[in-house]
Write a protein that binds this ligand. Structure first.
Ligand SMILES: Cc1ncc(COP(=O)(O)O)c(C=O)c1O
Length: 414
């Protein structure tokens, strides 16, 4: 980070004291943590997991045990074997491993991804273009559902990989993944199917065997676990090669020291989701609906991005606030202790409209005015109420200074 940016951020923090009430809704970019998962992580730091899990002494064995316990919890939750899981440090690494680590011996050169994939799927796929691979992006409809006809017309004997996210991270679309995988495998069972399931874990039931996917990526902070752990499911028999190299690892695919405490916390978070899945999903769904309804009904000129009801992930609320800048909204709301994002983090840093919102055919200004909020089982109804009470005045203030205003009769004026 440049030093002028650091100074700017320090000044901002000093000028604006910490708000008395805070509601953190930016779990898209960095999640909240269950106290129990935090405790598991801290205990792991304090207690015995100081050893390297590959080393044969007592501390090493204890760390190995911790890794094994976490993989068993995750394996049980998604219905696979612990040995089919490779730990990474986050979902981005799991997605990179899935795309870049695929065995290339088959000579197949086409990679088919949906147009709304997370950039940690799209960018590695685009890297492969330098080596003669072709990337085909499958369009989606206005709710973010992939165009299955287009997909099927573009898979053939040259297709190495198809990657479609189970739940979209920005607009919450829950794909009919089972039907998509079935169609692809019916056409050619040798095509490798990957799903980025970082935003599906803990929101929808996920059984990797029933779905018949070959690869699936997950991230700990997306399920209220600690940052610093991710995992790739690799169906037994599917060939994936390491993309980073070194030694000393219990796992061949991601060499180097594992983040054992984060993995222990990840395992704990999954244990909580396993025991409380239905109540967590019900709670998130109610919070999500109150948030969406509260905003749409109290702020004029707002649009919901993505589907509604049970086609939408229980945690996701993404609303375009017209005649407002999404970035300005994130700043102004944060002064009231409400933390949201505008599109994805990568997108907001480069101030480009989100590729996901453009893919569902939102206009540039609609995409720019979008705010993304995610609820978790840790949020309360009071949190949502606080957001609904505060958004209208923030929007009103920003609109009063915006050059773009709705014209009487409906059209925009610049
Ligand atoms: C769908 C999806 N995939 C991958 C990632 C990347 O995960 P991580 O933040 O753990 O690198 C994210 C996180 O923002 C995501 O939402």
């Amino acid at each position: 980070m440049a030093s002028d940016v650091r100074v700017g951020i320090r000044e901002l923090l000093e000028t604006h004291g910490k708000p008395t009430r805070e509601v953190y809704l930016d779990s898209e970019n960095s999640g909240m943590i269950f106290p129990e998962a935090l405790k598991s992580m801290v205990d792991a730091y304090k207690e015995s997991f100081t050893g390297h899990p590959s080393i044969t002494h007592r501390r090493g064995w204890e760390s190995y045990e911790a890794l094994y316990k976490a993989s068993s919890n995750i394996a049980k939750f998604i219905n696979c074997k612990p040995d089919e899981l490779a730990f990474t440090h986050n979902g981005t690494e799991a997605n990179n491993l899935a795309v870049l680590g695929l065995n290339k011996e088959s000579g197949r050169r086409n990679i088919v991804v949906s147009a709304i994939e997370h950039l940690s799927v799209i960018f590695p796929a685009e890297q492969l273009q330098k080596y003669g691979y072709k990337v085909i992006k499958v369009p989606v409809d206005q709710e973010g559902f992939v165009n299955l006809d287009f997909l099927m017309n573009n898979v053939d004997k040259d297709t190495l990989l198809v990657s479609v996210g189970a739940v979209n991270h920005e607009i919450g679309t829950i794909q009919d993944l089972r039907a998509i995988v079935e169609s692809v495998k019916d056409k050619d069972e040798n095509i490798i199917f990957h799903t980025d399931a970082c935003d599906a874990l803990g929101r929808i039931g996920l059984d990797v065997k029933k779905l018949n996917v070959d690869l699936a990526s997950f991230s700990s902070h997306k399920v209220c676990g600690p940052k610093g752990a991710g995992v790739l499911y690799i169906r037994e028999g599917v060939k994936v090669e390491p993309i980073i190299h070194g030694q000393l690892s219990t796992q061949k695919l991601w060499p180097g020291l594992e983040n054992v405490p984060a993995i222990a916390g990840f395992g704990k978070a999954i244990e909580l989701f396993t025991s409380n899945f239905d109540s967590y999903v019900n709670r998130m769904t109610k919070l999500r609906d109150s948030l969406i309804q509260g905003i749409l009904s109290s702020v004029e000129y707002t649009l919901l991005n993505g589907p509604s009801g049970n086609k939408r992930s229980p945690d996701n609320a993404n609303v375009s606030v017209l005649y407002c800048e999404g970035e300005a909204l994130t700043v102004e709301l944060s002064l009231k202790g409400i933390y949201v994002s505008s599109g994805s983090a990568c997108t907001s840093r480069i101030l480009q409209p989100s590729h996901v919102l453009l893919a569902i055919r939102r206009e540039f200004h609609e995409a720019h005015g979008s705010i993304l909020m995610k609820v978790t089982p840790l949020h309360s109804y009071e949190d949502v109420q606080y957001v609904i009470e505060n958004i209208p005045s923030v929007v009103q203030r920003l609109r009063s200074i915006s050059p773009l205003k709705p014209k009487e009769g409906g059209e925009d004026v610049g």
